[in-house]
Design a protein around this ligand. Structure first.
Ligand code: 0O1
Length: 372
């Protein structure tokens, strides 16, 4: 059977890449932003709205879904695509990052991590093998290896230990995943803020000949400059013909700068979480609709947007909804924010094809700085 997971480079502009991932469930245009659908839902959105905004792929969360409704139950219900009515590609994180940030009483050993559910205190063990098994039960299209991500700043010895453990877990995940045509398992580069460890991690993962590579261990408290330096150290080592996914990133500015250093895929809770907290992302920068200055502003967020949430509602109305705690506030602002992020990605893809990524970066930064 011909390989059903392919990545094609369509254009490059400096280190920026315009590409396309083809999978049985659909095509992913890169650079891509992947909306986060933690518990099988992109919060405050209907799935067909998410699709209409231009999302080719969404994220699911192994940690949340294994706790509720449960991986075996999800499989009995036909898998996550059927459950959530999203027939296109889904990428699932391995759960390790969420365990370390959400679960209680975590114990990490060579074998894996044991923890108690933050929902009902039930004890679980997550090993590389079980993480891949759960992602398979969810019928995930792109599965992430189980890894250990350390928060920064951290001691070099600690960063090295976690990086080397993650490499051993990558081997175990590769073995557990086996050969699943049409699906992919991505390795995750670790190494904290130490370039030499990043290079060692990337070289070792490259030797495993995986279908794609994530850069993890970033957006965990380090300055943007350090994150960008780590990308400059890591991306040149990764195979050019495989996709690169920067986990948990980020703001529009993070995304533009990371694309220019060779990243193809992004995920972040920012646009959805911020939307539920009254924050709007627009071409002119971030707007906090809680602020009283919007109370009588009749203008929409962005009259040139194709998204009704950005074009048809006054800031005064959005301010009212936010102050009143209305559900519609989170719905409209999430709709606006995801629309803005997908428009940003479309702008980036067009700019790379036109060989004008540097100009695009300058223009967008000027617009954000202008505010309104
Ligand atoms: N396996 C793994 N996952 C990581 C993640 C989770 C990515 N989103 C997963 C989705 C799956 C479902 C939920 C999320 C990260 N997220 C961040 N930063 C988020 C920073 C942030 C925090 C809050 C708001 C905005 C940004 N760094 C990350 C590093 C790693 C990593 O090394 N390994």
């Amino acid at each position: 059977m011909s390989d059903q997971f392919t990545f094609r480079l369509l254009a490059t502009d400096g280190d920026a890449r315009r590409g396309e991932i083809s999978m049985p469930r659909g095509t992913i245009r890169t650079p891509a932003f992947m909306p986060v659908g933690t518990g099988g839902t992109v919060k405050a959105m209907y799935m067909d709205q998410v699709r209409e905004l231009g999302a080719d792929i969404i994220l699911g969360n192994t940690y949340h879904l294994m706790l509720r409704p449960g991986a075996e139950r999800m499989a009995r219900l036909g898998g996550l695509h059927e459950f959530a009515r999203w027939p296109w590609p889904i990428l699932t994180d391995s759960g390790g990052f969420q365990v370390m940030s959400l679960a209680q009483l975590r114990k990490l050993t060579e074998k894996g991590v044991t923890f108690k559910s933050h929902i009902d205190g039930v004890a679980y063990e997550m090993t590389p093998e079980r993480s891949i098994e759960i992602q398979g039960l969810l019928d995930s299209d792109i599965q992430m290896q189980l890894d250990e991500c350390v928060a920064l700043p951290a001691e070099p010895a600690e960063i090295e230990r976690a990086m080397e453990l993650s490499l051993r877990w990558a081997e175990r995940c590769k073995t557990a995943f086996g050969d699943q045509p049409g699906k992919a398992m991505f390795g995750i580069v670790q190494g904290g803020d130490i370039a030499a460890l990043r290079v060692r991690s990337a070289e070792a993962l490259k030797a495993m000949d995986l279908k794609g590579y994530a850069v993890g261990g970033l957006a965990v408290g380090e300055p943007q400059s350090v994150m960008l330096e780590m990308l400059e150290a890591t991306c040149p080592v990764l195979p050019a013909e495989k996709p690169r996914y920067l986990m948990g990133v980020g703001t529009p500015d993070d995304i533009v700068k990371s694309v220019m250093r060779g990243i193809d895929m992004f995920d972040c809770v920012m646009p959805t979480r911020a939307g539920r907290h009254g924050l709007a992302y627009t071409r002119h920068g971030k707007i906090n609709l809680k602020n009283a200055r919007h109370a009588e502003d009749p203008r929409p967020l962005d009259e040139e947007s194709a998204c009704p949430a950005a074009r048809d509602y006054s800031r005064a109305y959005l301010h009212h909804l936010v102050k009143s705690g209305e559900n519609l506030a989170g719905m409209l602002l999430t709709w606006n924010n995801l629309s803005y992020y997908q428009d940003l990605m479309q702008g980036i893809r067009d700019a790379i094809e036109a060989g004008r990524m540097a100009d695009f970066a300058t223009e967008t930064a000027e617009q954000w700085a202008r505010g309104d």
